[in-house]
Design a protein around this ligand. Sequence first.
Ligand code: G1P
Length: 287
Amino acid sequence: MLVKAVIPAAGLGTRFFPITKAQPKEMLPVYDRPTIEYVVKEAVDSGIDNILIITGRGKRAIEDHFDRSFELENTLIKGEKFDLIEELEASANMADIHYIRQKEQKGLGDAIFCARKFVGNEPFAVLLGDTITISETPCTKQLIKKYEEYKASIIAVEKVNKEKISSYGIVKVTPINDVYRIEDLVEKPSPEEAPSDLGIIGRYVLTPEIFECIRKTKPGVGGEIQLTDAIRLLKDIQAVYAYNFQGRRYDIGTKIDWLKSTIEIALNSEENGPELKKYLKELLNKV
Ligand code: G1P
């Protein structure tokens, strides 16, 4: 049984400057809620209710979002706006959320290392705080199912276009049934060096041996401790699998995916979907 998830949310969000100068990229709204709320919901919908969010300086808004706000609640009670109170409390009651700060920007591997005491000696899920997935069965639930079959670390991948290969961790694999066995991994290779076009999307189930591997990992791309490099060590001591997950993922660290995810979620909303659809059709006829 997998009961713990780690959500790294300590990155600077440089691709979204100046929006992310004073607010965390994980708080960027996607339609009607902040990005990280979709990520926490994915963990909860996958059966996980014990979550550690790795934050850093300038990320206080994340903690405030998942907290109760007595000032707001009192004002709403006075105005008898009880439906809004329910809406406000919902995000505060989603799960048990713990926080720890990554004190220096030393990379994703280092951020995950901050979770070692929270995780202990159990397998755990990792969901990057700036990535949203949309699928019938939550992506993390799909990974947990595969973890239960194979009893080994497993990471979600998808095919990426050539021009995007250098933005992601890329895996070299051998197909086995409906998964792949990972032979090698390279963090952000050039398209020429890439061992395949299968990119890591930011959802992982990892065994606790990963912490020892992170400890041994030397700084890699960007001078940072990369999680991809630590998984490279892990695959030498135990099997690690990749799974082509069923669904769409949006990398909210990029402007285009942020726009696409907002449009998809808004189109599916009862309140604004039909009007937006009509508007987009009209707009596309004009441009
Ligand atoms: C991180 C990982 C990379 C992965 C990507 C998914 O990179 O290091 O392997 O493919 O997330 O979004 P980052 O986006 O933090 O640069």
